[in-house]
Design a protein around this ligand. Sequence first.
Ligand code: FES
Length: 72
Amino acid sequence: MYVCLCQGVTDGQIRDAIYEGCCSYRDVRETLGVASQCGKCACLAKQVVRETLANVHSSHAAAAHTSNFIAA
Ligand code: FES
């Protein structure tokens, strides 16, 4: 799904940017150029970033838990 029509950025690209190291909306914006023109997509872009970061953090927490479990 396109999030930013001006720059042709999809929600998948935003997620990939986060998986590849972006850790904030600002990082994503600088990397992909999302919301750098009309700005109408900013709200949705922030939402995708927030949801993806929450998923990344919860999967890291799960991974940490699993490795503790294996180590024990
Ligand atoms: S739709 Fe993203 S800057 Fe216009």
